[in-house]
Design a protein around this ligand. Sequence first.
Ligand SMILES: [Zn+2]
Length: 452
Amino acid sequence: MPSLTFLGAAGTVTGSRHLLTHGDTRILVDCGLFQGLKNLRELNWQRLPVEPRDIDAVVLTHAHLDHCGYLPRLLLDGFGGRILATPATRDVASLILLDSAWIQEKDAEFANRKGFSKHKPALPLYRVADAERTLERFRAQPLHHPVDLPGDARLLLRRAGHILGAATAQIDIGGRRVVFSGDLGRYDDPVMHDPEPVPEADYVVIESTYGNRRHAPADPVAALGEVIERTVRRGGTVVVPAFAVGRAQALIHDLWRLRQRGGLRNVPVYLDSPMATSATGLLHRYPDEHRLVEGDYQAACDAVSYVRDVEESKALSANPYPKVIISASGMATGGRVLHHIAAFAPDHRNTLLFSGFQAAGTRGRKLLDGARETRIYGQWVPVAAEVAELPMLSAHADSDELMRWLSAFHRPPQRVFIVHGEPAASDALRERIGRELGWPATVPLQGQTFAL
Ligand SMILES: [Zn+2]
């Protein structure tokens, strides 16, 4: 009898790692980093309860760090199998993993120089060379083409929306069909396609990032315009921390539409993230994977100034004129957006605008919860700027959209497992599934195993 073990994203939004076991076969679905609260981040340093060398294959739903960021460490610890993902996910993962490795190396170096690590010397979780070796293990697997996995298992990927390359994973193993939602995108999104329906499953593992929230029905472009308008009227700058892959490109498109409607006027827009700039190029390589028309998209990209080197980025922080700066990381946990926050947060005329989900423990969440100061590079920075949130710009389905995707199954699964959400969000979705669909649903705990 196959079994399913939850090794991450159980009761939290990060660290997605789900292990399917049948006989001697072990397939890991997603292999993400834990992010946010310190006790979660420390889990990245714990070895998995299963020997990585005993895992036969990894299936990757998409390339966000909380789904793929642990892969290089899995290899370091002995994993010898293939990593299956869509071609676009493989390309996005190469940006994300190399960037993650580079940050790990820099952080360790910084900690050693400043001597503030408990570990002497501080070590990176993995290095750039490890990320490069990881990329060699990828096998591109197109959507809608079933493929054999070790142990007579079979995989089928379908479109999930969300970000470039994102897929849901249907795995047949030991006579059971298990469907993993990965992260689901929004319906009728201007950039990404709708999540595709899945006809049947014995078990469904679904994300619940916004399991307890509905995105406001307001027109997102208009909402974005209002925030920018009032900031510019104050003579301020809007700083938008954005995930470099997905959100940054969607924002560029939203801002272009705003400009076409006569909003934004002469306010310049800067994209200050080299990774986001590279990710933008991937949209051109995979025209079938999104809804943007080449000409429109080129026009949207041309309306943005790209900031490449650090000196330019610092000059932008010192520029006093009203503008919009899009910069990573999305939860303001690192990256160039930090020096923009340090520069712009103390002045009430400016706005810090969050568009993606902010996990507990991240700087983004603390600011949204009303923190009036934030520690950046060891210095306390006062926060007088407006802090705004537009969750309808998020790449994640809201609770109605999660229910819509579930409702497309032709027959009830035996059980739905609810992952990738904070406890209140996961539990709200569990109740809703029980109430509206009458299906058994469970929020698994970290480390819990279920016989299927
Ligand atoms: Zn994601």
